[in-house]
Every structure is written in structure tokens, then in C-alpha cells.
Design a protein around this ligand. Structure first.
Ligand SMILES: Nc1ncnc2c1ncn2[C@@H]1O[C@H](COP(=O)(O)OP(=O)(O)OP(=O)(O)O)[C@@H](O)[C@H]1O
Length: 254
């Protein structure tokens, strides 16, 4: 059975206009995102990935093109879409719990209820016992966990993740890749995850959409659904796909 398309971007383009010259960030990107899939957007640095994600989040207005969520056109921010940033954007003067429940507070959810929901997701991301910790007392990986809990707490249909592990050391990054898969398997949502790291893309994605250099276009789509999880970084299949994607990326950079 064909899976349901939850989000569709059609012919999205973005040019930043400025007195110093215009920058074409995205040329013409059309993608379909399937419900509950883990979709990775992979592309070289500065190719326009963040811009594209910001457009999906309603934070940047496309120059042209359109977005449909659940079959209906959307423009601007939508509560059904939540974002996890590379820089976590946590409030330093708020505890892990207060950060996690913030979205619900804005929505005027009563305190007891929002505590209950935030607690559920702090538990899910492995932060039980750290509810009262302030961000400065948390490691980089733990801060990202709070960011993920905060996004889940808002109960979105779609989670956008912009290189969330890009600033972490390699070991923590591997651990967080396993963690995000565990969290996603436990409570499935549609995830759109941006990275410039091929290994990370192949580790995580049901599908990987490879972008060209700026201005971004879709170069190729890899369907990895049949690559069994958990994925061994040294299996023949994993290495073959990694190599294939890398070769394609090099071709683009020549
Ligand atoms: N607000 C803006 N005004 C002008 N130019 C911008 C703006 N935001 C992004 N750009 C330009 O658009 C291009 C794409 O940037 P973007 O951050 O989307 O790339 P990226 O693929 O996410 O990069 P990275 O992998 O380094 O995070 C860059 O050349 C950037 O300088």
C-alpha cells in the first residue's frame, strides 16, 4: 500500500535579495514526505538546507512555490510542525522541565497538565531525574535531549531537525543517533532531518534526499527502507550505499 503523503513541497525556490547582491539559495525543490517516515535531507555546506527547513517551518517565506500539509496549502507557521535546532535555543534561566513545557505554556495549557506531558517526554528522551537542572549543568547531548522533548511536547505531526548533532563530539553524536531512532520508534512522528554527514544520513534515513550544491535542487533520492535497523556501519550494504552517495557528492563538487 502506498504510504500517505503528509507534507508536499512543490517547486519551492528562494532568493535572498540584498543591496550587496542577490543569493539564490534554492532553485526548484519538490518533495513529498510520507507519514511517520524518517526523511533525511543531505547536502554540502551552504547549499540551502537550513533555508529549505526554515521554509517548511514557516520561518522563511519562499520566493515561489507552495507547501501542502495533510492535503491543504499552508503559509507561515503551523502548530503541526515543530523544530529542533542545532543550537538548542534553550533558555538558560529555565530548568529542563520549564524549557520542555514552554510551548504548552504559551498555549495556556494548565500547569498540572503541561507538567504531565513534559514529564512524559523528558522520560522518553532519558532525562528522568534532570527535570530541575539548568542548561549550563547539562552536557551538549543532554541539551539536545531537552530540545527534542520540547519539540515532542508540542505534539506536532512533523518534527524538523536542523543538524541537531552537528556540534557534538563524535562519540556523543553516535549515541544521539541511536537515541533519536529509539525515541522515534517509541513514538512515531514524521521526521525531516537535515545533515551534511553521509554516514549519519545512511544511519538514520528511511529515505535520503540528496541536494545539489547551492542553489539547492534535488539531486537524487535514496530509498533505504529495506536496510535493516539497527544499521551496522560496517555492513557491506551500508558501506556500498555510503560509497555511492559519496561518489555522487564528489561528482557535484568537481
Ligand atoms: N537571511 C539571509 N540573507 C541572505 N542570505 C542568506 C540568508 N540566509 C541564508 N543565506 C544564504 O543562503 C545560502 C544557503 O544557506 P543555508 O544556511 O540554507 O545553507 P545550509 O546548506 O544550511 O548550510 P550549512 O550546511 O552550512 O548549515 C548561503 O549562501 C547563505 O549565505
Amino acid at each position: 500500500m502506498e504510504e500517505k503523503v503528509i507534507l508536499e513541497a512543490s517547486h519551492v525556490a528562494k532568493t535572498f535579495f540584498s543591496s550587496k547582491g542577490d543569493t539564490d539559495a534554492i532553485e526548484d525543490v519538490s518533495i513529498q514526505v510520507r507519514e511517520n517516515e524518517f526523511l533525511v535531507l543531505l547536502g554540502p555546506g551552504q547549499c540551502g538546507k537550513t533555508t529549505f527547513l526554515n521554509i517548511l517551518a514557516g520561518l522563511v517565506k519562499p520566493t515561489s512555490g507552495s507547501l501542502k500539509l495533510d492535503g491543504r496549502e499552508i503559509a507561515g507557521r503551523d502548530q503541526r510542525i515543530a523544530m529542533v535546532f542545532q543550537k538548542t535555543g534553550l533558555y538558560e534561566w529555565k530548568t529542563a522541565m520549564e524549557n520542555a513545557e514552554l510551548g504548552l505554556k504559551y498555549r495556556k495549557v494548565p500547569k498540572a497538565k503541561r507538567r504531565e506531558i513534559a514529564q512524559k517526554y523528558l522520560d522518553l528522551v532519558g532525562l528522568h531525574g534532570f527535570e530541575n537542572a539548568y542548561p549550563h549543568a547539562l552536557s551538549g547531548g543532554m541539551k539536545q535531549r531537552v530540545g527534542i522533548a520540547r519539540a515532542y511536547t508540542a505534539n506536532p505531526e512533523i518534527l524538523l531537525m536542523d543538524e541537531p548533532f552537528g556540534a557534538l563530539d563524535a562519540q556523543t553524536r553516535y549515541a544521539m543517533e541511536e537515541e533519536i531512532l529509539r525515541i522515534w520508534e517509541t513514538e512515531k512522528r514524521t521526521v525531516i532531518f537535515v545533515t551534511n554527514n553521509i554516514e549519519e544520513a545512511v544511519t538514520l534515513g528511511d529515505r535520503v534526499i540528496q541536494f545539489t550544491e547551492r542553489p539547492a535542487r534535488v539531486k537524487r533520492v535514496y530509498d533505504l527502507k529495506d536496510l535493516t535497523r539497527p544499521r551496522s556501519h560496517v555492513s557491506e550494504e551500508f558501506l556500498r550505499i555510503r560509497q555511492e552517495i559519496a561518489a555522487n557528492e564528489e561528482l557535484m563538487l568537481e
